[in-house]
Design a protein around this ligand. Sequence first.
Ligand code: HEC
Length: 145
Amino acid sequence: MKRRTTPLYKKPATWLGGLIGCAVLVILWVAQPTAPRAGGELVDVREPDLYSDRALAGRQAFNANCAVCHGTNAAGQDGVAPPLIHRIYEPGHHGDASFLRAVTNGVRAHHWPFGDMPAIRGLNREDVMLITAYIRELQHENGIF
Ligand code: HEC
């Protein structure tokens, strides 16, 4: 007896399989991990329970002048500016004088792909020292010293 087999394309299972396959592809496409959003924090920063008075004053100045680029708690912002809570900026590599230089003269992009930092006006030497004290206390809390 001759058996006639149904061609594959006429079998419901073929169509169902194709449909499920497409659905899986769509789900994978929708759920794919996306690149970090511009503006996202670049590092996780833990804040100390207590700041010194100088660091607290520096924190205020930082939030008013630097956080717009360097982000809250200097955690950096993707596509904008680097985290200052980072090994690169530990005291032995970027001493307090380099903070003063950065604010006074600006910074030519060299460590990161974010472009130059402009000089920041309206801060005196003491303001920058306070900001630096704040950054150092954050760095210390995060194991950078
Ligand atoms: C307009 C954005 C912007 C602002 C505002 C800004 N920065 Fe920056 N800063 C940058 C960028 C971008 C870099 C990274 C340059 C590079 O590639 O190394 C940087 C780098 C630095 C560095 C590293 C300097 C070095 O020698 O490598 C320090 C320190 C710093 N910033 C401190 C500050 C402080 C303090 C403030 C606030 C008073 C501030 N920044 C405000 C964008 C900014």
